[in-house]
Design a protein around this ligand. Structure first.
Ligand code: APR
Length: 174
C-alpha cells in the first residue's frame, strides 16, 4: 500500500525521486506547474523534452500518457511529464485523468523511484473542478500497484486545493 502525504507548497521544491509535471502535449513548456518546473529546473529539462519530440514523440505526448526526463537543477532526480485532459462538461474524461496518475506511477516504478510528488493535474489551466480532480487522484493512486513506489505526495499550491484533497482523502477511507 503506497503511503499518501498531502503537502501545501511549490512542487519544484520537493526532495523526492520523481516530480510529476502537468505538461501539455508539446512537452515544450507552458505556465503553472510546467512553467515552474522548467524555470527552476533549467534548460536541461527542455533539451531532454526536445530530444523526446525528435525521437519517440514526434506528434507530442498524448493525453493520459507519461514520460520521464532529467530533473535538471531541481532537488528531485526525475521529472515525469504527463498530459492531463482539458475539463469538458459534455464528455466524461475522468479515465484520461486517472491514466495520468496511473501511467506516471508506472513510469516512476520503471525508474525505481521510491518517492513521487504529484500536482493536482488538470485543475489549473485545464479547468478541472478541484474536488473531482482530488477524488480521481486519490482513488487512482490508492488502487495503483506501486512497484518500487512507497510514498506519494500531493503538493497543493494553495489552501483551497489542500482542503479539497484533505476532504477527498478522508472520504476515501484509511
Ligand atoms: N507547485 C504545485 N502546484 C502548482 C504550482 C506549483 N509550482 N503551480 C501551479 N500549481 C497548481 C495549480 O494551482 C493547479 O491546482 O497545479 C494545478 C495544475 O495547474 P496547471 O499547472 O495549470 O496544470 P493543468 O491544469 O494540468 O494545465 C496544464 O497548463 O501550464 C500549462 O503547459 C501547461 O498547457 C499545460 C496546462
Amino acid at each position: 500500500m503506497v503511503r499518501i502525504i498531502l503537502v501545501q507548497g511549490d512542487i519544484t521544491a520537493e526532495r523526492v525521486d520523481a516530480v510529476v509535471n502537468a505538461a501539455n502535449s508539446s512537452l515544450l513548456g507552458g505556465g503553472g506547474v510546467d512553467g515552474a518546473i522548467h524555470r527552476r529546473g533549467g534548460p536541461q529539462i527542455l533539451e531532454a523534452c526536445r530530444a523526446l519530440r525528435a525521437s519517440h514523440y514526434g506528434k507530442g505526448l498524448a493525453t493520459g500518457r507519461a514520460v520521464a526526463t532529467t530533473a535538471g537543477l531541481l532537488p528531485a532526480e526525475h521529472v515525469i511529464h504527463t498530459v492531463g485532459p482539458v475539463y469538458s462538461r459534455e464528455e466524461d474524461r475522468s479515465e484520461l485523468l486517472a491514466s495520468c496518475y496511473r501511467e506516471s506511477l508506472r513510469v516512476a516504478a520503471e525508474l525505481g523511484a521510491r518517492t513521487v510528488a504529484f500536482p493536482a493535474i488538470s485543475t489549473g489551466v485545464y479547468g478541472w473542478p478541484m474536488d473531482d480532480g482530488a477524488r480521481i487522484a486519490l482513488a487512482t493512486v490508492r488502487s495503483a500497484a506501486g512497484g518500487s513506489v512507497e510514498e506519494v505526495r500531493f503538493v497543493l499550491f494553495d489552501a483551497q486545493a489542500y482542503a479539497a484533497f484533505e476532504a477527498a482523502y478522508a472520504s476515501g477511507g484509511a
